[in-house]
Design a protein. Structure first.
Length: 266
């Protein structure tokens, strides 16, 4: 596996059976800076695998400049919708981490089990961080089905419970067929399983998943999991320290931005 510790989109000899697996050819109006961000995500992989062995560069998060590798246009991708069932944390949190992932991705599962709970405990619970999930199914029909099922669970307020059940150790090996997805929904505490099945097969579910996919492809994300932390791309299931450093620097910079206007008004 590459240093980025992410699962690349598979190369298939045959054409994908679902159009949504292909990058959208429609222009995605984010800005030209996305081209540079794509290079960071797809090629440089944020150089995160090397950052763990280096000393933290506190100077990069000063009031004068944003943390290294930050793209202001990408920060605008944060939706900050207080009613978004596929997000957790305050809508006005200073730091937003957008996560692009696939339920069949082993590295996504590793992140979900080993790192994300720590981030939630350390940063989400104290109001520093908001996590916004984006479905990026890249492994075929079952990935797509799991993504739509997760969205459907979210319609009944059980997305994160479904997320935990689907990423539990050994869960992916059981597959994501219709019966298995219904099992996971039941395990997640989804109250109305018939509605869950209808929602998962709805046009709204398909549209939501495609919207997230198009956003990821427009960024140049070529593997899962991929992240954007306040406009700063990060690829792969990196160690906790890597995420903590990125979040701490983003929060420090955001605080400096907020303090600047206040100081000027004195």
């Amino acid at each position: 596996m590459s240093k980025s510790q992410g699962t690349p989109a598979p190369k298939s000899k045959s054409k994908p059976s679902q159009k949504s697996r292909k990058p959208s050819r429609k222009p995605f109006v984010i800005g030209a800076v996305v081209v540079a961000a794509a290079a960071v995500l797809g090629v440089a992989s944020y150089r995160a695998s090397d950052s763990g062995s280096q000393k933290k560069n506190d100077a990069s998060a000063t009031a004068a400049e944003a943390p290294e590798g930050t793209f202001p246009e990408l920060e605008k991708l944060a939706r900050r919708d207080a009613k978004d069932p596929l997000a957790q944390g305050r809508a006005d949190a200073p730091v937003v981490m957008i996560e692009y992932a696939d339920f069949k991705c082993s590295y996504c599962g590793k992140f979900a089990r080993d790192t994300e709970p720590e981030l939630v405990k350390k940063y989400v619970q104290d109001g520093t961080l908001r996590v916004e999930w984006r479905n990026m199914p890249i492994f075929g029909a079952q990935s797509e089905a799991a993504a739509r099922a997760a969205w459907a669970a979210g319609q009944q307020g059980r997305f994160w419970q479904f997320h935990a059940a689907a990423y539990a150790k050994g869960s992916k090996e059981k597959g994501f067929g219709a019966d298995r997805l219904r099992e996971l929904a039941k395990e997640a505490g989804v109250a109305d399983l018939d509605r869950f099945a209808r929602d998962a097969d709805s046009d709204a579910a398909k549209a939501s998943v495609k919207k997230d996919q198009d956003e990821a492809y427009a960024l140049g994300a070529s593997s899962t999991p991929s992240f954007v932390i306040n406009g700063r791309p990060l690829a792969g299931a990196q160690p906790m320290d890597t995420f903590a450093q990125a979040i701490d620097e983003a929060a420090k910079y955001k605080a400096a931005q907020t303090a600047g206007p206040k100081a000027a008004g004195k």
